[in-house]
Design a protein around this ligand. Structure first.
Ligand SMILES: Nc1ncnc2c1ncn2[C@@H]1O[C@H](COP(=O)(O)OP(=O)(O)OP(=O)(O)O)[C@@H](O)[C@H]1O
Length: 269
């Protein structure tokens, strides 16, 4: 399953937020979507899952997500939003995991398969202890992990994650992204993950796209995109790049915001 996005634009209230963006990914790849606050990252993924009206093309293994029907899109795309308020239903995590798989299928066989898959995924993500609880009783990080489980349980071909680790502690950040990376590779799907942590991007993403003012400024292999020069250009921050040869990835250490960088109005240096 590959993804090819071309001349892709999203407008809100007549204002162009994403402008003629292009981006591509191969089966089994995680692509990090980076960029400053307000750059358009959430809007970019919302257009792909149908929450915003888009123009252009986004070809996922032969299906154009921009012109697809909501039902076609829902079969192929899994989305984990930043705001997980929609999880507050009077149902347990396990019930939600089963319901998420059973759109219209009521046979006993389908039911048994979905029970098995729900349990398998909750075990894999370390979430079985929450199976009988309603999401409203969970902490922010626990809800975020359940949100990921609910997206994965439907076997998406494109997984869209909007800041999937923002509420997670260090161990859970690595555990969740390890599972996402393994499933992305095993099932040959494409994952787009909006991240603010550059080191999670260098560790997990084969490719990176950087957005600024709604345009893709850089896109390619992560090691070619996440460099001190690009980070200085996009964020106005000087960084030191450290090669962690034994671990097999690179780390970025931020040194200082450049004095020439435009901070939001009213911010003191
Ligand atoms: N509902 C809306 N109505 C009007 N403008 C919006 C709306 N949602 C987003 N925008 C605007 O679109 C632009 C991009 O917003 P978006 O949330 O996509 O950015 P982002 O890169 O995800 O930001 P962050 O890193 O802060 O989450 C912003 O300028 C924002 O003000």
């Amino acid at each position: 399953m590959s993804l090819t996005i071309k001349d892709y634009s999203v407008a809100i209230g007549g204002q162009a937020i994403i402008k003629e963006a292009s981006l591509s990914a191969e089966a089994g790849e995680i692509v990090a979507i980076l960029g400053p606050n307000g750059a358009g990252k959430s809007t970019f993924v919302k257009g792909l899952c149908g929450l915003r009206k888009a123009r252009g093309t986004a070809n996922l293994g032969g299906l154009d997500l921009v012109s697809a029907s909501p039902a076609e899109r829902a079969k192929k795309v899994g989305y984990v939003a930043q705001d997980l308020a929609h999880l507050d239903l009077q149902m347990t995590v396990f019930e939600l995991m089963v319901l998420a798989q059973n759109g219209g299928r009521h046979s006993w066989k389908a039911q048994a398969d979905s029970f098995r898959r729900a349990e398998e995924l909750l075990v894999r993500l370390g979430l079985m202890r929450f199976a009988r609880m309603e999401p409203s009783r969970l902490s922010g990080g626990e809800r975020q992990m359940v949100g990921l489980a609910l997206a994965l349980v439907r076997k998406p071909e494109l997984l869209l994650l909007d800041e999937p680790t923002s509420a997670l502690d260090l161990a859970n950040q690595l555990h969740m992204l390890d599972v996402v990376q393994t499933i992305t590779r095993e099932e040959g799907i494409v994952t787009l993950a909006i991240l603010h942590d550059l080191n999670l991007a260098t560790r997990y993403a084969a490719k990176t796209g950087i957005l600024r003012h709604g345009a893709i400024m850089h896109h390619g292999r992560t090691e070619d995109v996440i460099t001190p020069e690009v980070i200085a250009e996009i964020y106005g921050v000087d960084c030191h790049l450290v090669e962690l040869e034994d671990a097999g990835f690179r780390a970025i250490y931020p040194l200082a915001v450049r004095r020439t960088h435009q901070l939001p109005a009213g911010t003191a240096r």
